[in-house]
Design a protein around this ligand. Sequence first.
Ligand code: ATP
Ligand code: MG
Length: 140
Amino acid sequence: MAIERTFSIIKPDAVERGLIAEILKMITDSGLKIKGMKMMRMDRAKAEGFYAVHKERPFFGELVDYMISGPVVVSCLEGENAIENYRKLMGATNPAQAEEGTIRAAYGMSIQNNACHGSDGPDTARTEVAYFFNDDELVG
Ligand code: ATP
Ligand code: MG
């Protein structure tokens, strides 16, 4: 299995509730390594660009409002099969449908306020990491 990189966001609802450490512990306990990490607050243009693939969806405006409502923690994670393994660790988009032991089952509040983001494939992983990190910030 190849070593991959993926991109993660601890979303505003989880940061607001003081869950950064708990979620990072689940991530590192799963074997994923943190290559780069920072806390930041996205502006509207940054969030709209990040979720551009969803711009025609009815929830797009609310999703962007939510993602800029407070600080987030963005990270680049690395490990074997990292993209799929991190998606499994997050659980289903809707926390009510997420399997026990996943981040969203433990900490998600609703289909929108679902605690975390993870890239859904190799192309998005590459694009998303580059959207938030310069090469010299991937030091881990
Ligand atoms: P993410 O891309 O954040 O990792 P995902 O890939 O599981 O999540 P997507 O379908 O890409 O899910 O949706 C992106 C985000 O948009 C979701 O994580 C959630 O915050 C929000 N979202 C998705 N579906 C809905 C919906 N029906 N109503 C409100 N918000 C939604
Ligand atoms: Mg997605």
